[in-house]
Design a protein around this ligand. Structure first.
Ligand SMILES: Cc1cc2nc3c(=O)[nH]c(=O)nc-3n(C[C@H](O)[C@H](O)[C@H](O)COP(=O)(O)OP(=O)(O)OC[C@H]3O[C@@H](n4cnc5c(N)ncnc54)[C@H](O)[C@@H]3O)c2cc1C
Length: 456
């Protein structure tokens, strides 16, 4: 049996990005990707029907991460990509039953109607509050530093990224960089000011753009897959260290490799690594579905990204993207495409509704917020992605420490993928590159945690 230098398990975006960076940085190494399904690309999938172009999974990503930009340039996608700059495309929050534009800069919160005068004064409490000890949830942390008035905004941000619950997600796991600023400067506002002064906080004040492609996001994984040795329909069901290297039990027999990178969603990795005794068997997932709706364009949809609804508004949809406003060409001439999201960590039961009822509830909900044309939508399709979004809750920091120890104690093993260090496309490309750079130095510290700006 011929041994490979590197076997990558999983050919979703993470595995494909690992293969890409490996080819760039270590072209001398032989590499094989193993993918259990018949198609590579994982949860990134586009859907074209009746002239509408929708997405099963991600709807775009921000153009402000070095690793993703590098991939786009290497794949010749820079010239074709569509950009929706956040500066021009407003994001809306549903508050007290109405859509209100979100401030484009944090300081504009002071003049916005989203917070009461007292809530605005309370934001400054951050300057006097000591760092919150322990491992708070995002909700506990935000309420402590800035007051309860900000919770609907924080809720919307968490819904827009994790479709998660701010009272369960771990602040330390989701935003370690922000936590570090709090501890270092005794206040987040002071920390951000210091970073802006030193030039490090540039990304926080300048607004990026959301990107996608005229063919849909799937083109990204299709291009990434080109030119790599990928074996599809090949599930890896066991992994063990032997004297000859790593032995992988797969659907096509036993394979050997010097290095193995598990580029899998965290739960799939935990299943494979069960013999190494992870501290938890699974992490919680948030499932959502995408209700794509086409209407005659009566100019009622603003030029914007879309809106999000915090839980306290008691609405059926989590939010809705004004897709064809952001990315023209996704709806036939004279029509608009909206993509609403339903379910999430707090309402998985809503996903049990059949398609007809789901569409009826979403349309009724949207009609209360948008002046949509009368009558049934011109197009309606419910897309139900199989995979869920991993939630970085309670024990996540323990899980990350276990992973570091596992990599340090097992030369040639690397772990990256959906739900370890983050959940977004930019998190995946970043950790894929780290996994490649750590090939010969497993478990190396990837440096100070990044301060991720929060976009809705
Ligand atoms: C509904 C939804 C909406 C999202 N929206 C956004 C968004 O708008 N913006 C954004 O930036 N990100 C978004 N994301 C996140 C983004 O899609 C992920 O960060 C990214 O696609 C994860 O890629 P991955 O390769 O790590 O995981 P996956 O895409 O899950 O790929 C993992 C691959 O591993 C394979 N596999 C699993 N087990 C095995 C095994 N034992 N052996 C072999 N192969 C195996 C699977 O078949 C799969 O192909 C969204 C995700 C979802 C689910």
């Amino acid at each position: 049996m011929k041994k490979k230098d590197v076997i990558i398990v999983g050919a979703g975006l993470s595995g494909l990005a690992c293969a890409h960076f490996l080819k760039q940085e270590r072209p001398e190494l032989s590499c094989l990707l193993l993918e259990k399904s018949e198609q590579s690309g994982g949860v990134i999938r586009s859907h074209e029907e009746e002239g509408y172009l929708c997405e099963w999974g991600p709807h775009g990503f921000l153009d402000n991460k070095e690793e993703s930009r590098e991939i786009l340039a290497d794949l010749d996608l820079m010239a074709v990509m569509q950009r929706a700059p956040l500066k021009e495309f407003h994001r809306y929050l549903c508050r007290r039953g109405r859509l209100r534009a979100l401030p484009q800069k944090p300081q504009e919160l002071i003049t916005s109607k989203l917070l009461s005068p007292w809530d605005k004064v309370r934001l400054l409490g951050d300057l006097w509050k000591k760092p919150l000890p322990g491992h708070p949830t995002i909700g506990q942390w935000a309420a402590y530093r800035f007051g309860k008035g900000v919770l609907p905004l924080v809720d919307a941000a968490v819904t827009g990224t994790f479709s998660g619950d701010l009272h369960r997600l771990s602040m330390d796991a989701v935003m370690p960089g922000v936590r570090r600023l709090e501890v270092e400067y005794g206040s987040l506002l002071r920390g951000m000011k210091a970073r802006a002064k030193s030039g490090k906080g540039k990304g926080i004040t300048s607004l990026p753009a959301m990107i996608n492609f005229p063919q849909g996001l799937e083109i990204l994984v299709q291009r990434l897959a080109t030119g790599h040795d990928i074996r599809t329909g090949c599930r890896v069901h066991s992994l063990e260290k032997s004297e000859q290297g790593w032995r992988l039990g797969t659907d096509s027999g036993v394979l050997l490799a010097e290095h193995v990178i598990c580029a899998l969603p965290v739960n799939a990795a935990l299943e494979l690594l069960a013999p190494f005794q992870p501290p938890v068997a699974r992490v919680p997932l948030s499932h959502i579905c995408n209700v794509s709706l086409g209407f005659v364009d009566n100019n009622s949809i603003p030029k914007g990204f879309g809106f999000l609804t915090p839980e306290c508004e008691g609405r059926f949809t989590l939010g809705c993207m004004f897709t064809s406003r952001m990315f023209p060409g996704r709806a036939p001439q004279g029509k608009v495409l909206l993509e609403a999201l339903v379910g999430g960590r707090r309402h998985p039961e809503r996903l049990d509704l059949d398609d007809t009822e789901m569409i009826r509830r979403v349309v009724a909900d949207l009609r209360e917020l948008l002046a949509l044309p009368e009558g049934a939508p011109h197009f309606a399709r419910v897309l139900r992605p199989r995979g869920g979004i991993p939630q970085m809750e309670g024990d996540h920091l323990n899980l990350l420490s276990w992973r570091t120890a596992l990599e340090q104690n097992n030369q040639g093993l690397g772990l990256c993928g959906f739900g370890w260090d983050g959940i977004g496309i930019n998190d995946m490309t970043r950790s894929a590159r780290q996994a490649i750079r750590a090939l010969d130095q497993p478990g190396t510290d990837s440096g100070a945690p990044e301060v991720k700006p929060v976009y809705f």
